[in-house]
Design a protein around this ligand. Structure first.
Ligand code: ADP
Length: 414
């Protein structure tokens, strides 16, 4: 039987029902999505509130830190200046203004330093001639970001004065000790000179004997003269003159002075300069004299055919100049008394050479140490703070004039 077509009204009702069903479903979906959105919004709002709380806390903490830092900078006895990438002083705490002068903020730091700071013998310390010779210690640290830097300034005027006073007192105490020794030291050559001079009074003294006595008197008087000169050098003992001295120049000077003696004694010299252009600061004459003394002692300790090595190297901001010989060496008793004023084992020695050399090294912020054993030669280390950093140059070599028959000249590398 053939299906009866539905009438149009029935069809319309069916479509409406279907549309209504679809609408209900869409509404239900929308309601679900809305609820889920509401939940997400609630979650996000809670997260935001948390983040806001954290941020607020951080801001409060930063504000407290800022306050603490500002207070710290204001009350800090050390000066702090912030130098911008352009080289201008952007900020300076009250201590910096008190040390460097109130007009420091806004100044060009390099210009200020060039006009107002004079170098001293101590690396990192400067004198301010315009401000009554105040002495400051300046440390410069680059900021990782922005290209600026923080300059720390310490007023070390009083500390320096006290250090100088202590060094003077120490020298005076040593001088007191020396005075007793000096009387003895002066008496021996003086007595010998008097003895020979007395012999000269004898009219029957043969001419050759007269000449011999005359030269003995001169010898003893020369010894006295040397003793007095060394005493004066020891008594002065300061490192005046903040000259910048390349280490290589010090080595060259010492080699030049000692070359004739080495030649006479037929001792070979070797030099290994690895100071790579570094410089030290201080009194050139005093430092060169100290090094010459170490070299002369080394040459004196060697027999003909012996060897003296002079080397300079750098480590941790310190220049180390080494004088090594393969001479007679020394026993423990000698080693312990080496730096004592008037201690000498040489008939013509004054015993002041090493005392002066150590005094000079200490006045320059360094020192001298010795290593030795009988028959095993000696090694003296003169250390000084570096003024100018190394430039990577390396120099080894020897003086051609110091090649001797019998001795060998080697290039050393430490
Ligand atoms: P001087 O040279 O007038 O004796 P120094 O103070 O320079 O005075 O030296 C003191 C003593 O140290 C010397 O007399 C010597 O005995 C000893 N001495 C110094 N350097 C060396 C050396 N390289 N080898 C052996 N002995 C040394």
């Amino acid at each position: 039987m053939e299906a009866r077509p539905e009438n149009p009204q029935q069809l319309e009702a069916g479509r409406l029902a279907e549309a209504f069903r679809l609408f209900s479903q869409a509404s239900a979906d929308l309601a679900g999505a809305y609820t889920s959105l509401q939940e997400q919004v609630a979650g996000l709002t809670a997260e935001l509130a948390l983040a806001n709380g954290r941020l607020k806390r951080e801001i409060e903490e930063k504000a407290a830190l800022n306050e603490r830092l500002a207070l710290l900078l204001d009350t800090l006895p050390a000066g702090v200046a912030v130098v911008g990438a352009g080289g201008r002083v952007e900020q300076a705490n009250p201590a910096a203004a008190a040390i460097l002068g109130t007009g420091i903020e806004g100044c060009d730091w390099a210009e200020f330093a060039a006009a107002g700071l004079a170098q001293t013998a101590t690396p990192g310390e400067w004198e301010m001639p315009r401000l009554g010779g105040r002495r400051v210690c300046i440390t410069d640290t680059r900021l990782a970001s922005g290209g600026g830097r923080i300059v720390l300034i310490h007023d070390v005027t009083e500390a320096h004065r006290m250090k100088a006073q202590a060094a003077r007192n120490e020298r005076l105490a040593a001088m007191g000790e020396m005075a007793a020794g000096l009387a003895h030291q002066l008496r021996t050559p003086l007595a010998a000179a008097l003895l020979y001079a007395g012999a000269l009074e004898n009219p029957r003294l043969p001419a050759t004997e007269r000449a011999r006595c005359g030269s003995r008197v001169v010898e003893r008087l020369q010894h006295l003269e040397r003793l007095i000169r060394d005493m004066l050098t020891f008594a002065r003992g300061e490192a005046s003159g903040g000259e910048s001295i390349p280490v290589s120049a010090l080595l060259d000077e010492a080699l030049q002075v000692c070359a004739p003696l080495a030649h006479r004694r037929e001792v070979a010299f070797a030099v290994a300069d690895e100071s790579r252009g570094a410089a030290v600061s201080g009194n050139r004459k005093a430092l060169s004299g100290a090094l010459v003394n170490l070299m002369e002692n080394a040459l004196d300790a060697c027999q003909a055919g012996g060897r003296v090595e002079l080397a300079a190297g750098l480590a941790d901001g310190v220049v180390c100049i080494r004088v090594r010989d393969n001479g007679r060496g020394m026993d423990t008793a000698t080693r312990e008394r080496l730096f004592e004023p008037f201690f000498t084992t040489r008939a013509e020695g004054t015993g002041l050479g090493l005392a002066i050399a150590r005094g000079v090294a200490r006045a320059h912020g360094g020192g001298i140490e010795a290593e030795s054993a009988p028959g095993a030669g000696a090694l003296f280390r003169l250390t000084l703070p570096v003024l100018r950093p190394a430039d990577g140059r390396r120099r080894t070599g020897h003086l051609p004039a110091l090649r001797f028959h019998g001795g060998s000249t080697t290039c050393l590398s430490y």
